[in-house]
Design a protein around this ligand. Sequence first.
Ligand SMILES: NC(=O)c1ccc[n+]([C@@H]2O[C@H](COP(=O)([O-])OP(=O)(O)OC[C@H]3O[C@@H](n4cnc5c(N)ncnc54)[C@H](OP(=O)(O)O)[C@@H]3O)[C@@H](O)[C@H]2O)c1
Length: 287
Amino acid sequence: MSRFPLAQRGIFVNAPPSQRPVVLVTGASAGIGAATARRFAAGGFRIVALARHRDRLDELAQELSPLTDVQVVVADVTERDAARRATDAAIGAFGSLHCLVNNAGAGRWGRVGDTDDETLDHVIETSLKAPVRFARAALAVMRPGSSIINVGSTFGIVGGLGGGVYCAAKAGLGGLTQAIAADYGARGIRANLVAPGVIRTDMTEASWNAEWFRRTNDEMTPMNRQGKVEDVANTIFFLASDEGSYIQGQTIALDGGWSTTKYLSRHALTCERVQSATTKARRGDEA
Ligand SMILES: NC(=O)c1ccc[n+]([C@@H]2O[C@H](COP(=O)([O-])OP(=O)(O)OC[C@H]3O[C@@H](n4cnc5c(N)ncnc54)[C@H](OP(=O)(O)O)[C@@H]3O)[C@@H](O)[C@H]2O)c1
């Protein structure tokens, strides 16, 4: 039986603060991480919010203060002791840790052949080694009913142009998720992975002006809208909740169907590349 049945139904907001569950969110100062912290706060969790910029974390803590307690941890996830400092902060401030959201990640793009060692190290350190260290530190203090949610990417499921080492790191998170599920499931600890498609955040903002970027996403997404940070945050919260208590070792893509369909809008069907390839094929030329 879950240790937090009330919290998962949102009833925990009425519980005394000392009995509320605790979530640690990495990369909580912006984008998906900040939305996740907001969702867990609304669901009655106490929050450990970690990122590099104190000012943005303090702003978030201030915003959430009417709802819950927030412990701010200023750290770079690539620092060797960041994970231990974060779990120490959770135990020190709240006495427990029930959920880890491994959200901080590095989006550096480029083909594998163009990837220098500095980029390779940076992406693997941030998006794969750090989540392993945070999971290791969390597992040392978690009790039955706890869970870990890793934030991967559709690029870790199906690859993607220019994804390079980011694809490799995010795919690695799938293995990490399954390994934790296998080894810790019997102890009542779950691990799952969410894989967002393109979600409008600081990470992707600069790309939206490029036509190819909009087309790659909009024209190939069956759902007729863009993904929002709340789409990801709500799913993370559900996975951590009692309603998700038999979901173990899974990957859930949050991409409006982008990665699991061969959807092409009418506009995409008549775009230049498809048209020229089709024309060449009709002529019997090499496509
Ligand atoms: N947005 C998308 O379309 C998309 C798609 C697929 C997957 N994802 C994944 O979703 C996660 C969140 O992305 P996002 O779009 O929300 O990005 P974002 O808006 O750029 O936010 C990134 C967050 O992570 C923190 N962060 C970055 N590097 C860090 C580090 N080394 N140590 C500690 N904190 C760090 C940032 O805060 P500070 O700068 O204060 O440290 C910020 O709070 C990432 O893992 C990303 O790969 C995003």
